[in-house]
Design a protein around this ligand. Structure first.
Ligand SMILES: NC(=O)c1ccc[n+]([C@@H]2O[C@H](COP(=O)([O-])OP(=O)(O)OC[C@H]3O[C@@H](n4cnc5c(N)ncnc54)[C@H](O)[C@@H]3O)[C@@H](O)[C@H]2O)c1
Length: 376
């Protein structure tokens, strides 16, 4: 049987790694996974995939790389982005906006190669900030992205790239799909280093507090901010359903189980069997006051919405982080891992993505901002 060729850009990342595995499990796809990180830094490596890794072969800012990986492909999943949790995106706006290069070149190369379906991972950060000022939220429906007032930097780039997908579809005919992910979490993702998101950070802090014996926890903001969090299995299932659908407008892909950050900590504490003294860091990045996913549209299109409970998902995530912690950390690390840090204005990976001599030059390690998970 001739397998159809599918491309996962950002395949070395958290969601990309899970998606590659799922596509391979279908047994009907030849999967090309593409990521600027060297293979040893990928969260999951599927040997059955064709892996394009590192700055020379896997930088999706480089149009030549995009052309190579899109050739003969039927579907492209564009997940590659320079991003992280709130600490990262609030402090690295220029870097986040540079993902426009990746989105532009992947879309252009897909169009040129006659790719049938193009999936773009947008974000709940596109929503108008004025609609997220109260923790007692009205869930965000797709129309709430306009008039445009998205998260500065990261959100503006996503909103722009959503529009680019739409216009490529209208003007050039490529079948684009756009999903707005709401806070995805789960095993095999970032849990330390500055790019991690709230669920992983909270699990790590609880694990670190247990390990160090200092039974306290630092929480960013006052803990009353509300969010919904989607477990990775729901996310990957939703991506599959959306690309198989005829949904051409941007659509929410998120859980509608709303919790405060304090409730998220309660869940992690319960799993750990511990109660911690809470310290609120009020000057830390905290994002909007409240945000939830209105799932009316996805339910009406698909008769489906993410349903894995936060308790269930956090239990699996906690266990995975605990295992990683055990492998990588000692009691001395536990103290530093009990808090979160962020650095401002990290420099972009140098160049425009095309470095002729990069096969002989470790541009990744030279240019990568601190906190990207690459040691020293
Ligand atoms: N995780 C979430 O909660 C969430 C929420 C909303 C949207 N999203 C979007 O989903 C996508 C995947 O997110 P994730 O959580 O897996 O993040 P991630 O950081 O784990 O994965 C992104 C991957 O893209 C790669 N990348 C960055 N620049 C690249 C380039 N120039 N060429 C090739 N690869 C490059 C990174 O190395 C990384 O491995 C991103 O587009 C992100 O913006 C994620």
């Amino acid at each position: 049987m001739n397998k159809r060729v599918v491309v996962v850009a950002g395949g070395g990342g958290f969601i990309g790694g899970h998606l590659v595995k799922k596509l391979l499990d279908l047994g009907t796809c030849h999967v090309r996974a593409v990521d600027i990180k060297p293979l040893e830094d990928w969260y999951q490596v599927s040997p059955a995939a064709e892996n394009f890794a590192g700055p020379a072969d896997g930088d999706a800012r480089d149009f030549r790389v995009c052309r190579t990986v899109c050739r003969g492909a039927s579907d492209v999943y564009q997940l590659a982005a320079d991003m992280g949790g709130m600490g990262f995106i609030e402090n690295n706006k220029a870097l986040c906006m540079l993902s426009v290069l990746t989105n532009t070149h992947m879309l252009l190369a897909s169009q040129e190669a006659g790719v049938k379906r193009f999936f773009f991972s947008s974000s709940a950060c596109v929503y108008n900030a004025d609609k997220q000022v109260n923790p007692h939220v009205t869930a965000l429906a797709e129309a709430d992205a306009y008039p445009g007032l998205p998260e500065d930097g990261y959100g503006w780039e996503k909103l722009f790239s959503e529009r680019m997908c739409r216009h490529f579809r209208e003007d050039f005919g490529i079948q684009t799909r756009v999903a707005r992910f709401h806070n995805v979490y789960g095993p095999n993702g970032t849990w330390r280093g500055g790019r991690e998101k709230a669920p992983a950070a909270v699990c790590r802090k609880v694990i670190a507090a247990k390990a160090s014996g200092d039974h306290s926890i630092e929480i960013w903001g006052d803990g009353t901010q509300t969010r919904s969090f989607m477990y990775i299995d729901d996310c990957v299932e939703g991506i599959g359903k959306i690309i198989d659908s005829q949904i051409y407008e941007p659509i929410n892909l998120g859980s509608s189980e709303l919790v405060t950050i304090n409730q998220l900590v309660d869940i992690a504490e319960e799993i750990a069997g511990i109660k911690l003294k809470r310290h609120y860091k009020l000057d830390a990045p905290r994002g909007v006051a409240g945000r939830n996913s209105d799932n009316t549209k996805i339910k009406s299109y698909l008769g489906w919405e993410p349903s894995i409970s936060l308790k269930q998902g956090i239990a699996a995530t906690y266990r995975w982080i605990e295992e990683e912690f055990r492998k990588e950390c000692n009691a001395a690390d536990a103290k530093s891992l009990a808090t979160s840090g962020y650095s401002h204005g990290s420099k972009p990976i140098p160049g425009d993505g095309y470095v002729a001599e990069s096969k002989h030059m470790d541009t990744w390690r030279q240019g990568i901002p601190l906190g990207y998970g690459v040691p020293g």
